[in-house]
Ligand binder design. Structure first.
Ligand code: ATP
Ligand code: MG
Length: 248
């Protein structure tokens, strides 16, 4: 599979902390890639750098062969990068529908609907994620589960080539988590989008991902099929522990 996104030697420091150190990765067109690692490993920082919310200190990023290393986030979005936030970031004073309409209007460059069309499309995305009945509720009044669904609706509404999902299951009860996992698989089926999924629930990625990259202290310590990464000694020592399969 051809690489849809490629990075070369990405580094990022926050004062004394080396959040990313020489990260080179390839995301293949059509795959679901899992991104794992302990708290503070640099997973969210990597997504922030790839999508342009943070500037890297060193390194280059290529999307579909186009260099995007210094592009503003909205331009990367036009080219097909979209992401959810680990801590949801809605417009709290706007209703749910109004939260999604800007994503429809400001997403992929070739897609420029008028406001009426955009409203209908936003409703369809809300329907898809299961939030249609909340469309007139202010985002500030949503539960964490509903906020996670809203993050997904807003990201999908930009019609991405690559969707970065930063911990969709965190804070959900078991039933909500199951629904979120099912939604991720229907996103894949319906939109065929390439997915990079940060997740601490390893058993979910074992099922959903074709490949997993493990980060530790800002460095890639493993990259391969889920079964291989799960048995990798460095990954077990840095993150999974030796007993995780028993409890998975
Ligand atoms: N804006 C920031 N300013 C200062 N330090 C930061 C900032 N963002 C991240 N860091 C630090 O960089 C390191 C990597 O953080 P990051 O949030 O990328 O980890 P993570 O792998 O996403 O962890 P988690 O699983 O807890 O979400 C951590 O030490 C974190 O404290
Ligand atoms: Mg994170």
């Amino acid at each position: 599979m051809a690489a849809l996104l490629e990075t070369v030697n990405i580094s990022k420091r926050f004062k004394g902390i080396k959040a990313l150190q020489g990260v080179g990765l390839r995301i293949r067109r059509g795959e679901t890639l899992g991104l794992i690692g302990p708290n503070g490993a640099g997973k969210s920082t990597l997504v922030n750098v790839l999508c342009g919310q943070l500037a890297q200190d060193t390194g280059d990023i290529f999307l579909d062969g186009v260099e995007i290393s210094k592009m503003r986030p909205h331009r990367r979005c036009h080219l097909g990068l979209s992401r959810t936030y680990q801590i949801p970031r809605p417009f709290p004073d706007l209703v749910v529908l109004q939260n999604v309409i800007p994503s429809v209007l400001c997403g992929k460059t070739e897609h420029r609907p008028n406001l009426e069309q955009a409203t209908q499309e936003a409703q369809a995305f809300l329907e898809f994620v299961g939030l249609a009945d909340k469309q007139n509720v202010e985002a500030r009044d949503l539960t964490i589960y509903e906020l996670r669904l809203l993050e997904l609706a807003r990201s999908l509404a930009t019609r991405p080539k690559i969707l970065f999902v930063d911990e969709v299951m965190a804070g959900l009860n078991p039933a909500e988590a199951d629904t979120a996992v099912a939604l991720m698989s229907s996103i894949k089926e319906t939109y065929g989008v390439t997915i990079c999924w940060i997740e601490h629930v390893m058993s979910v990625l074992m099922e959903a991902a074709q490949r997993i990259i493990a980060l530790d202290y800002g460095e890639i310590i493993a990259d391969g099929p889920p079964g291989e990464v799960a048995d990798n000694q460095r990954v077990i020592e840095a993150y999974l522990g030796s007993e995780w399969r028993q409890y998975a």
